[in-house]
Design a binder for this molecule. Structure first.
Ligand SMILES: [Zn+2]
Length: 424
């Protein structure tokens, strides 16, 4: 739309003179005032008789709210309400976060005051602030926002209450409710902001995926093997993958059904897995093209577990190192590469012996490298299916393997390969 037709539309909406409105609009725009802001300012000048709220910003559909908006008025249905405590300028504040929807889309919001929001409420938020979060617009409901609940429910094409399958959760989600089985659960003491506190951490699963979790205010219902519904969780990124956070505001209820854990991990190409930015449980297939240095018989610091060279730990100085087995295998599927990291057990399987055997092997050969060489011979050039946790950081893409198995080819392919080997 050009300025001329914008002016015409605005003038007729305001019942004002078109030439005057156009002159003012051109003037503002020539001073680099964004068009929407310029129109807003003219609405105030000429008095928008259609808008009973006077100085409130323009009403917008949620899909039209962009990070460039400073303030908007929206009407929508509250899908989720997550309650969370944050420390801000030395004091604890309770904030409310979640999603709001209308017919056109959804937006995340943060309420800095208690507006008594409940999932399912239809609200009109006058003068809501807009901020940018990772490229998307988010609503800020604060002191200067007027929140009115509407009697009439707005019907929206989204599920109310935040019930979510684990596979759909993303870092940044708030107020999510999950029904899960607790696969692993461990108590830990940490130095929290209020001194030493106990937390739970482990792994949750449903039929779609597995995700790590932390319960910052241990709930007794969360124990290994339990099937539970947890409401009011929030999702944060942990080592590049989504992690479920349970807080003092979460409610946990034991289910009278058993939630089945996903047996298999989603299988992706290496490129797709890398593009995800990190996944807690994923499976890829590829050829091992090399075994990196730092594989085979290695030495770790007994204090921190880091690799040591000549008994020197970067943090703990001279230590009595502990021997261990590890494999760092570069996997390539034609779309990308990832380093699969195999622990002592998985390494023992492909090496064909444990750490004792490896020590003896190295002593006999008077060279530790024979262990890594044996591993290289066993896997380089072959295809493997690797399941594990993918994390991506400045050191690269590492897949910490929980399973590493040679791809069982089609029997016909295998026969052909075998024939090619015996009749080169
Ligand atoms: Zn150390």
């Amino acid at each position: 739309m050009n300025l001329d037709s914008e002016a015409e539309e605005l003038a007729s909406a305001l019942g004002a003179d078109k030439t005057e409105v156009k002159r003012d609009l051109e003037n503002l725009v020539s001073y680099s005032v964004p068009l929407e802001e310029a129109k807003q300012s003219l609405r105030r000048k000429y008095g928008d008789s259609d808008d009973s709220s006077g100085s409130e910003p323009e009403s917008k559909d949620l899909a039209d709210v962009t990070p460039e908006d400073s303030n908007v008025t929206v009407t929508g249905r509250v899908l989720t309400v997550g309650k969370r405590s944050i420390r801000y300028q030395g004091a604890d504040h309770t904030i409310y976060e979640g999603e709001i929807a209308d017919q056109t889309g959804t937006l995340s919001y943060t309420a800095w005051e208690d507006f008594d929001l409940e999932p399912g409420d239809t609200i009109r938020a006058g003068n809501a602030g807009v901020r940018e979060w990772e490229g998307n617009a988010e609503l800020n409901l604060g002191e200067s926002t007027s929140v009115e609940k509407r009697e009439q429910s707005l019907s929206v094409p989204y599920e109310i209450g935040g019930g979510a399958a684990l596979i759909d959760l993303e870092a940044g989600d708030r107020g999510a409710a999950v029904e899960v089985t607790v696969l692993e659960c461990e108590r830990k003491m940490i130095d929290g902001r209020d001194g030493e506190t106990e937390i739970l951490s482990g792994v949750l699963a449903d039929e779609t995926a597995r995700l790590p979790f932390t319960d910052w205010d241990p709930h007794p219902e969360i124990e290994e093997g339990a099937s539970v519904r947890i409401e009011n969780t929030y999702v944060r990124e942990f080592r590049g993958a989504p992690s479920i956070n349970v807080s003092e505001f979460s409610t946990v209820e034991v289910l009278d059904r058993t939630v089945e854990a996903a047996e298999s991990a989603p299988e992706l190409s290496i490129r797709e897995a890398l593009d995800s930015g990190g996944m807690f449980d994923v499976e890829v297939r590829g050829d091992v093209i090399a075994v990196r240095d730092g594989s085979g018989l290695i030495e770790r610091c007994p204090e921190c577990g880091r690799i040591v060279q000549n008994g020197q730990c970067r943090t703990h100085g001279q230590v009595e190192p502990v021997e261990d087995l590890r494999t760092k295998a570069i996997l390539d599927d034609g779309t990308g590469t990832v380093t699969a990291i195999l622990d002592d057990e998985l390494t023992a399987e492909i090496y064909g012996g444990d750490v004792e055997d490896a020590r003896e092997h190295a002593r006999d050969a008077m060279d530790k490298e024979v262990v890594a060489d044996t591993i290289r011979e066993a896997i380089v050039g072959r295809s493997f299916r690797v399941r594990g946790t993918l994390s991506i950081d400045e050191y690269g893409a590492n897949l910490n393997a929980t399973a590493f198995a040679e791809v069982a080819d089609d029997p016909a392919d295998r026969a052909t390969a075998l024939l090619a080997e015996v009749n080169p």
